[in-house]
Write a protein that binds this ligand. Structure first.
Ligand SMILES: *Cc1c(COP(=O)(O)O)cnc(C)c1O
Length: 352
């Protein structure tokens, strides 16, 4: 293993901060299965307040938040309308199909943004096919595969309005919702004012060891608690986890701006290197994607050679570099120097 490692694979690799560890060590706890954990209750109330919703429930992961959110608002045989390349379709749809009997129906997006006409057409098409009622629209904010683009309140509102007009409910996969809020400089509550449910991750840029919150009105959250129980997701003295979440919501949101600045710094550096292309003006948050020139690089080889230099990135022909708590501007420069060496070696080899 190289002496210095800069891990840009994901913001899920973040470790709890010293303040989180201290809060976890001294957390007041009880059996949350009986609704008796005061720290979990505090976190759920705080999350609900931050998002302008009536209630929230702590779940183990973003995947469980989306799954419980979908299961609570659909019946088996229903259709969920989702944007192409969105996480609940790419990575969560199997769970929603297997456990909820819900079919995803994908529509195109323009950088994560849905055209209200496309939403309307999708609803009509599903209804005309008589193949499962469309009951849920799912949005993603920030949009992972679309360079981490944040959806502004107008984009969320226009898609949600069409869904509501036709009797659908709206769920937001807000795994990185606070990155969106910081990038757009709006309160997170403005981003979900028009939707029925939202889940966000504590365990990504907010640096908690584990946990997500699923938020909505009181009736929805009550039913989601029942679904969480069915999924085996009810926890006991989870105040230990929740304590870190409270620290995250109090201390770790504003600093996301630093991750966004580092994302841009990284993209600017990468754009200047041969064989990789990325647009630094299209890095609004902490996710940087680069396309590798196939004549120069094989994606797996590229990530393996970078790993040997101490820089870890997501693999494939379109590697993803994620900035997060613990990654400094100096780490970004270290990573850029390593990428530069790999690029230079590849050119020399090609010329030989
Ligand atoms: C990471 C992620 C999830 C899943 O969260 P986990 O906590 O890893 O289960 C869901 N949606 C998006 C957009 C994500 O980036």
């Amino acid at each position: 293993m190289p002496a210095r490692v800069v891990d840009l694979r994901s913001d899920t690799v973040t470790h709890p901060t010293p303040a989180m560890r201290a809060a976890m060590a001294s957390a007041e706890v009880g059996d949350d299965g009986h609704g008796e954990d005061p720290t979990v209750k505090r976190l759920e109330a705080l999350a609900a307040e931050r998002l302008g919703k009536e209630a929230a429930v702590l779940v183990s992961s973003g995947t469980m938040g989306n799954l419980a959110g979908a299961l609570t608002q659909t019946e088996p045989g229903d259709t969920m309308i989702v944007g192409a390349y969105c996480h609940p379709s790419l990575k969560g749809a199997a769970g929603i199909a297997v456990y909820g009997g819900v079919k995803p129906y994908e529509i195109p997006t323009e950088r994560g943004r849905m055209n209200p006409d496309d939403v309307r057409a999708a609803i009509r098409s599903v209804r005309e096919s008589e193949d499962g009622q469309p009951t849920l629209l799912c949005l993603e904010n920030t949009h992972n595969q679309q360079n981490g683009v944040p959806l502004d309140p107008a984009a969320v509102g226009s898609a949600s309005a069409v869904a509501h007009e036709h009797g659908l409910r709206v769920h937001v996969d807000g795994a990185r919702l606070f990155n969106a809020a910081v990038a757009l400089d709006v309160p997170a509550s403005d981003l979900v004012a028009d939707v029925d449910s939202v889940s966000f991750c504590l365990s990504k840029g907010l640096s908690c060891p584990v946990g997500s919150l699923l938020c909505g009105d009181a009736d929805f959250v009550e039913r989601a608690r029942g679904v969480r129980k069915l999924l085996g997701g009810t926890m006991r003295q989870s105040g230990v986890i929740a304590a870190a979440g409270i620290v995250a919501l109090d201390q770790m949101i504003d600093r996301l701006a630093e991750d966004h600045a580092n994302g841009r710094r990284l993209a600017e550096g990468i754009a200047a290197l041969p064989g990789l292309s990325t647009n630094p003006d299209d890095v609004p948050t902490n996710l940087v994607f680069a396309d590798l020139d196939p004549a120069m690089f094989n994606g797996d080889e590229f990530s393996a050679r970078l790993a040997a230099e101490g820089v870890l990135v997501g693999g494939g022909q379109r590697p993803r570099f994620v900035t997060h708590y613990g990654i400094t501007a100096d780490d970004v420069d270290f990573a850029l120097a390593a990428i530069g060496r790999v690029t230079a070696d590849t050119r020399t080899a090609a010329a030989a």
